[in-house]
Design a protein around this ligand. Structure first.
Ligand SMILES: C[S@@+](CC[C@H](N)C(=O)[O-])C[C@H]1O[C@@H](n2cnc3c(N)ncnc32)[C@H](O)[C@@H]1O
Length: 264
């Protein structure tokens, strides 16, 4: 694994590849993204219910509190997690070390304030915002070392100081207890082959005062299934069904964890 992951996304070639090859329509990553988008939108709707006009008839529309959360997307890249939640958050902030990724996020229509941050050093400060908060962190933790992981979680802890502050949502796109693990022996020497187990994630969260309150799997099968003619349709069917079935998260390749701060 490359220990300086931030450098990988510092040029436009890598950025274009990420946006147009990794996330090309129909690709493995974009199929997962579609399922995650639906899940995230439902999660935000049920976790941050906005006051419906008929619930408080005594209040004028301009006096009704806006309960939509403010989103802080750490390592936002091209703004995928922010675009997934357009309309459901009050405001969004994206933070990333790559100005090229941030430029691409703006180019593809990400509605957010975008902040360039250093790759190391003091923990970045979340932009000041009132009300409920949602911190998102997608496709970062797997491929970085513990220092970067701890810095990212320390950022989340600043934005979410107590259990009532809101939610943290993180993605592990290489669960060590999944089918992907079978490739580990063959590919361990390669730059990008990393794995994270549920226990690793839980320990990381606990170090920063978080506990997992929900876990959901978004792909039981590996990328290879999606790239073999004839198998791709089967793979899509299996993964769509698995992503709504309880219990499949344990062995899923791609897992999302929802966490809340523990009382101090
Ligand atoms: C694989 S991309 C994921 C982008 C986006 N979160 C998504 O899911 O599409 C990883 C991102 O992490 C950023 N990154 C790498 N090292 C970082 C660090 N130390 N702190 C914050 N962001 C970092 C990269 O610039 C890149 O945009």
């Amino acid at each position: 694994m490359d220990t300086n992951y931030a450098r990988v996304f510092q040029h436009t070639g890598a950025v274009d590849k990420y946006e147009h090859v990794t996330y090309a329509p129909g690709s493995y990553a974009s199929r997962i993204n579609e399922r995650q988008r639906a899940y995230l939108r439902a999660l935000v709707r049920r976790s941050f219910p906005n006051q419906r006009p008929d619930q408080r008839p005594d209040q004028r529309p301009d006096q009704r509190p806006d309960q939509r959360p403010v989103q802080h997307d750490f390592a936002c890249g091209t703004g995928r997690a922010i675009r997934s939640l357009h309309g459901l958050v009050r405001e969004a902030h994206g933070y990333d070390t790559s100005t090229d990724m941030l430029a691409k996020a703006a180019e593809v229509g990400t509605r957010a304030r975008l902040h360039a941050i250093p790759a190391d050093g003091p923990v970045p400060q979340p932009a000041p915002a009132d009300g409920p908060t949602l911190v998102t962190m997608f496709r970062l933790l797997l491929n970085v070392d513990d220092t970067v992981r701890d810095r990212a979680l320390a950022f989340a802890a600043k934005a979410l100081p107590d259990p009532g502050a809101g939610l943290l949502v993180i993605e592990n796109h290489g669960n060590a207890n999944s089918l992907r693990h079978l490739r580990a022996h063959r590919l361990r020497g390669q730059r990008w082959f990393a794995e994270l187990s549920h226990d690793d994630v839980d320990r990381l969260l606990a170090r920063h005062g978080f506990e997992t309150v929900e876990r959901r799997g978004f792909s039981m099968l590996t990328q290879g299934w999606y790239e073999r003619r004839g198998l791709d349709r089967i793979a899509r069917g299996v993964d769509s069904a698995a992503s709504v079935l309880p219990g499949t998260d344990r062995y899923a390749v791609n897992v999302v964890y929802v966490a809340r701060r523990l009382p101090r």
